[in-house]
Design a protein around this ligand. Structure first.
Ligand SMILES: [Zn+2]
Length: 170
C-alpha cells in the first residue's frame, strides 16, 4: 500500500501539480524539480510538429540551437523525449512539463494510459532508480531497444527494476 503517499496522510504543497498527487514519493520528488524548471517556459519555445509531437528549444543557455522532440504517444504507445533525463529515467522531464503547462489539452491526461497506469509510475517500489547510479546492466533483459529503419532508436518497454527487488523477504 502506498499509504504514506496518499492524499489522506499528507498535505501537498501547492507547488505539486495535481497529476503528481497520490504517486510514489520518489516520482513526486523527481517530477517537482522538473515542474519548477519548466515554470518560466513560454509558448514561444514550443513548436507542434504533428498531432502528438512537439519540438522544444533546449533549456540550456549555452547550447541555444539544441531542440528536443517531445512525443505524447510514439509508435510503442509511450510518451518520449529526446533528452538525457527522459532516456535515463522515463519519468516526465521538464520538456514534457513545459508542454503540460503551455499547450491546452496536452497535459498528463493526454499521455497514453498504459504509461500513466504503469507500476513504474504508480507503485512505491523502494528500488526506484532515481538520481542514483542505477545499474543499467540489470535491466538489459527487460528493455528492448529497436533500431528502426530510419536509424532511430525506440525503447519498447519501461526500465522496470529487476524482479527480485520487488520481492519481500520472507
Ligand atoms: Zn525532455
Amino acid at each position: 500500500m502506498n499509504v504514506s503517499a496518499s492524499d489522506q496522510h499528507k498535505q501537498y504543497d501547492l507547488l505539486v501539480p495535481l497529476f503528481l498527487h497520490n504517486r510514489p514519493k520518489t516520482v513526486v520528488q523527481h517530477c517537482v524539480r522538473r515542474w519548477v524548471d519548466s515554470e518560466n517556459s513560454s509558448l514561444n519555445e514550443i513548436g507542434q510538429t504533428s498531432t502528438s509531437t512537439f519540438l522544444l528549444k533546449s533549456f540550456s543557455e549555452i547550447n541555444t540551437s539544441l531542440y528536443y522532440e517531445v512525443c505524447f504517444e510514439n509508435d510503442n504507445g509511450m510518451p518520449s523525449c529526446q533528452c538525457l533525463d527522459w532516456l535515463e529515467h522515463h519519468v516526465p522531464c521538464k520538456h514534457l512539463m513545459t508542454v503540460f503547462r503551455n499547450i491546452l489539452y496536452f497535459n498528463w491526461d493526454a499521455i497514453p494510459s498504459a504509461y500513466r497506469e504503469s507500476p513504474y509510475i504508480c507503485l512505491d517500489v523502494g528500488s526506484f532508480p532515481l538520481d542514483s547510479e542505477a545499474d543499467h546492466s540489470t535491466t538489459d533483459d527487460i528493455v528492448q531497444v529497436t533500431i528502426g529503419s530510419s536509424g532511430d532508436m525506440y525503447v519498447s518497454s519501461l526500465p522496470i527494476p529487476p524482479k527480485q527487488q520487488f520481492k519481500k523477504e520472507r
